[in-house]
Design a protein. Structure first.
Length: 108
C-alpha cells in the first residue's frame, strides 16, 4: 500500500500537485483502498492503478481540475492521462485522446 502511495505521490509531485490538499485526497483514497485489499487480498497487485484513478476522480470533484494533464499532445484540446489497465498489474499513464502510453505510474 505504501509503495502505491509513493508512486501516486511521485506523479503528483511531477506536476507540482504534491500540496497538502492533494496529499490529503491521496491519504483518504488510500484508507478506502486498504479496506478493499482486506476484502480482496488478490487485488493487492492492482491497488496502485486503482489508487491513482481514485485520486484523479477526487481532484476533479474537488475542483482542482484534470490531473495529470497530457503534455505529449501539443495542438489538441486540453485532456488528461488515464490509467491502463483500469484493473490490472503494471499500470501506466496513457493519453486519453490518442491511447499512446506516456509513462508507467510513478514515472511521470
Amino acid at each position: 500500500m505504501m509503495v502505491a502511495r509513493a508512486m501516486v505521490l511521485r506523479d503528483l509531485g511531477a506536476r507540482r500537485l504534491d500540496v497538502a490538499a492533494a496529499v490529503d485526497v491521496l491519504d483518504a483514497a488510500l484508507t478506502e483502498r486498504r479496506w478493499w485489499v482486506e476484502q480482496w487480498p488478490e487485488g493487492a497487485a492492482f491497488v496502485a492503478g486503482q489508487l491513482a484513478q481514485d485520486v484523479q476522480d477526487r481532484l476533479l470533484d474537488a475542483g482542482v481540475g484534470r490531473w495529470p494533464s497530457c503534455r505529449s499532445c501539443d495542438d489538441e484540446e486540453p485532456h488528461e492521462l488515464r490509467i491502463e489497465p483500469e484493473l490490472g498489474p503494471d499500470p501506466q499513464w496513457v493519453c486519453e485522446e490518442t491511447g499512446r502510453p506516456v509513462a508507467p505510474l510513478g514515472a511521470l
